[in-house]
Write a protein that binds this ligand. Structure first.
Ligand code: GSH
Length: 203
């Protein structure tokens, strides 16, 4: 079993942090998305979407999509639960996981992909205006997140979850996207600081 990834990219990092929190060790194989290896015939045969990460099982079965990979390991090793427990717990984690992904990680990612000259190899054509629209959406979401974190330690409540992992990776990806966390978002800053201090953040 192995995971094909690109170490610098945020989605593979989500999987690495998830596995570190569970104490699961696995083999990693690196490809370079900046030189287009995800578009090779060999990789396209594994993931026709040409994206990392991909989990390849010992029988050759490939599972792509970050959350699907995490789901696989959550089912294999339920503790610590990172995708919620019970109907309400799972629904709450999923609600916030989806928000952290679509309203923060993807918006920050689009800002990077459409405005950073280095990202032309990933996004051609780059549409700067779309990058700016996404910056506005990311900033709007951070306001919502700051209010939400005022009275709970983690995004989904009392327990650390995949929603926090996605959030940590999104906030860290603000740097290459040339975005700054507004200083008034003290709750986000507190939450981010605690997540970044966990050993798993180094995975
Ligand atoms: N929906 C996928 C998205 C994965 C994704 O966008 N991965 C990026 C790296 S973070 C990638 O492979 N980019 C290559 C490209 O854009 O060509 C997931 O959740 O895993």
């Amino acid at each position: 079993m192995k995971i094909i990834e690109t170490r610098q990219a945020p989605n593979p990092r989500r999987v690495r942090i998830f596995l570190a929190e569970k104490g699961i060790e696995i083999e990693y194989e690196e490809i370079s998305i900046m030189t287009g290896e995800q578009r090779s015939d060999a990789f396209t045969a594994i993931n026709p979407m040409q994206r990392v990460p991909v989990l390849v099982l010992d029988d050759g079965t490939a599972i792509a999509e970050t959350v699907a990979i995490c789901r696989y390991f959550e089912e294999q090793q339920p503790k610590p639960a990172l995708m919620g427990e019970g109907a309400l717990g799972r629904a709450t984690v999923e609600m916030w996981q989806r928000r952290m992904e679509s309203d923060l990680l993807w918006t920050v990612g689009n800002k990077f992909r459409h405005t950073n000259p280095r990202a032309i190899v990933l996004e051609d054509p780059q549409i700067a205006q779309w990058g700016e629209v996404n910056e506005g959406r990311a900033m709007d979401f951070l306001k919502v997140l700051d209010a939400h974190l005022a009275d709970r330690p983690f995004v989904a409540g009392d327990n650390y979850s995949i929603a926090d992992i996605t959030g940590l990776c999104a906030v860290d990806f603000m740097k290459p996207a040339q975005l700054e966390l507004p200083s008034e978002h003290t709750n986000v800053a507190r939450w981010y600081g605690e997540l970044a201090a966990r050993p798993s953040a180094q995975a």
